[in-house]
Design a protein around this ligand. Structure first.
Ligand code: AMP
Length: 608
């Protein structure tokens, strides 16, 4: 771990990407493969490979307390050190006395991380963390703490680790990226690269892979400037979910690659038994049943549906026709879905009160073949074929609800409901429209809003599926032209009835590796959300200044505002006029927050 830490220090000391990758490549090549594999994961700022669900569950407050205790420094001295260094790892490196252990290879540290992850409760974790930090040298402690907090802050993104692996073992960067994307494990990728077997990396079902991301479009004209014939879908306001299906086993993963199957126990059943193994991409939304669920005078539900074929426009070969059964219901806003999120157990009552649907818009893998490199046009055809019998999973129609069989992804406790008593679960192929003029796009935008959806997703039919990348092949056109996804960096106690809760948030946008504050907002969340967030912030405080606390920069919020102003009040050099919190974005990582560049773009577009 000493060489790891020394290398990390050297990488931090240069701003040149080529130098960073060269230093890292040299280290990876000189270390034994097993150690290099673990180190590659650590260099990506993770304790465990991405696909693993294991987490350390050691908060900043606990680490702070341990560093304070081992260093014998007062809270004030530590706070001063934190102000000077900017992160807890660097503070640990500066103030810890260091131990006598000399043989702490990365693999040994990883074993200790596994023990820490396995024990329950902060007290038991603290014992192990204290022991670890008291044994290693201050420099090693610096990086161990950084890995534990999930950010090395040495200007090294996973992309550079991929480049370093290619450089060290002579593969093509493209092949390393692909293997890493498929495996979700940079260490395993390194092992394959070292053995010249990158091409053998295979898709592994139930290991979530990266999601393709969208870039914002400022207007219909702007969107169509990227590609002429756009495929257009409604932008549903729910949570992104990747479904891995193999026979009766179906699991859902969120954008942060956490398994979320337990929160939606009614969904796997609706997708179970597909004829092939598949990975689907879509959005889980709260769903409201409209007309056809309304009992008629004689007590039966209306079952008649209108089928509508999407017209192909301007002679271009269109998407394969999508059946829209218009009267089966509509997606509800995100606030309705919120009650369903983050639960391990979902009561039958909640499933009845907040039914959900899975709107599927892409397929990444089908029948033993990775289809991500094929153009959207082809993937859409595969998807239509796959979901032909399930486009609407409704009582009394083809592809109706199946009898629940034991799904290994669902715990027994979650099956404590009678699926026959619940509203039918919908698996819906998201309807695809086409537009080749701003007028047509604006009309679709209005229609989407009339259906209660957030806006539009505009996609290039010729584009491949590029996991984890935010390109211009998918564009999003939203209701509020200007909302920003920001990271909460500090919180304050509120006023009036909010005097006892942390309700005022200071938030930041990304600027390279830094977070620069851009504003502060007071409300917008519900009392329940504020209470929950207060608890989280108390547990994840970095510095307690009495009325104000700097907190771990992990919480992402979506904020709306009227416009952007230049201002030296905040470190970004900008301020938001009338900022308001639209919602929490638990599905987003801080690395996915908006950047100062986007702020500048919006500022320019609004006329400076
Ligand atoms: P945003 O979260 O604002 O960055 O917008 C991108 C998100 O919109 C995606 O990650 C999806 O969760 C969501 N979304 C809703 N409808 C669609 C759709 N039809 N295609 C792709 N993404 C969609």
């Amino acid at each position: 771990m000493r060489t790891f830490a020394e290398t990390a220090d050297r990488i931090a000391a240069t701003t040149k990407k080529l130098e960073k990758t060269a230093l890292l490549a040299k280290y990876l090549k000189s270390a034994p493969i097993e150690e290099a594999a673990v180190a590659a994961v650590f260099f990506s700022g993770r304790a465990f490979p991405m696909w693993e669900e294991t987490t350390l569950q050691v908060g900043g407050t606990l680490l702070w307390r341990i560093v304070e205790e081992l260093s014998g420094r007062s809270d004030l001295e530590l706070t001063a050190a934190y102000r000077e260094h900017g992160d807890l790892g660097a503070v640990a490196g500066a103030v810890l006395p260091g131990g006598t252990e000399t043989q702490s290879a990365p693999s040994k540290i990883r074993l200790i991380f596994r023990e820490i992850a396995a024990v329950r409760g902060p007290a038991a974790k603290a014992v192990l963390v204290r022991k670890l930090l008291s044994q290693v040298s201050p420099l090693e402690a610096k990086y161990i703490v950084k890995i534990m907090t999930g950010d090395l802050r040495i200007g090294l993104k996973e992309g550079l680790v991929e480049e370093a692996i290619a450089k060290a073992f002579g593969g093509r960067v493209k092949d390393v990226q692909r293997a890493n994307m498929l495996l979700g494990d940079i260490g395993e990728t390194l092992r394959l690269a070292a053995e010249g077997r990158l091409a053998e990396a295979r898709m592994r079902l139930f290991h979530p892979i990266g999601f393709m991301l969208a870039s914002p479009a400022e207007s219909a004209e702007d969107a169509l400037s990227y590609f002429q014939n756009a495929w257009v879908e409604d932008k549903y306001d729910g949570i992104r979910a990747q479904a891995h299906c193999s026979g009766e086993t179906v699991r859902f993963f969120s954008r942060t690659r956490d398994e979320i199957t337990e929160s939606f126990p009614e969904l796997p059943d609706a997708l179970a038994g597909l004829p092939q193994d598949v990975i689907l991409d879509g959005e889980i939304v709260a769903w409201s049943y409209l007309d056809d669920e309304t009992p008629t005078d004689d007590g039966d539900a209306k079952t008649e549906n209108v089928e509508r074929r999407v017209p192909a426009m301007s002679g271009v070969e269109g998407p394969s026709p999508v059946l829209l059964k218009e009267e089966t219901g509509r997606a509800l806003p995100f606030s309705a879905l919120q009650q369903r999120l983050g639960r391990k157990k979902v009561s039958e009552q909640l499933m009845r009160e907040v039914p959900v649907a899975y709107l599927v818009f892409d397929v990444l893998y089908a029948g033993g073949e990775l289809v991500m490199d094929r153009p959207l046009r082809e993937r859409a055809r595969i998807l239509d074929e796959l979901l032909k019998t399930r486009t609407i999973n409704h009582e009394g129609r083809e592809g109706t609800r199946r009898k629940t069989k034991a799904n290994p992804a669902i715990t027994q406790s979650n099956l404590a409901f009678d699926p026959e008593c619940l509203p039918p679960t919908q698996i819906i192929r998201a309807p695809v429209f086409q537009a080749s003029s701003p007028e047509a796009l604006n009309k679709l935008f209005d229609d989407a809003q009339a259906r209660g959806n957030e806006g539009l997703m505009i996609k290039d039919p010729e584009s491949p599926y590029t996991p984890g990348r935010r390109g211009k092949s998918w564009l999003k056109l939203k209701r509020e032209l200007a909302t920003l996804d920001v990271v909460v960096t500090a919180v304050e106690y509120g006023h009036g009835k909010r005097i006892g809760v942390l309700s005022d948030y200071t938030f930041a946008v990304r600027d390279g590796d830094r977070l620069l504050n851009i504003g502060k907002a007071y409300s917008g969340l519900t009392d329940i959300e504020i209470a929950e967030m207060t608890k989280w912030f108390l547990d994840h405080t970095i510095e307690d200044q009495g009325f104000r606390r700097t907190v771990e920069p992990k919480v992402v919020l979506e904020v709306a505002f009227n416009n952007i102003m230049k201002s030296d009040r905040h470190s970004s050099g900008y301020a938001l006029r009338f900022p308001r919190i639209v919602r929490l974005r638990p599905d987003k990582l801080p690395e996915e927050a908006d950047t100062t560049q986007r702020v500048e773009d919006i500022f320019q577009k609004q006329g400076g």
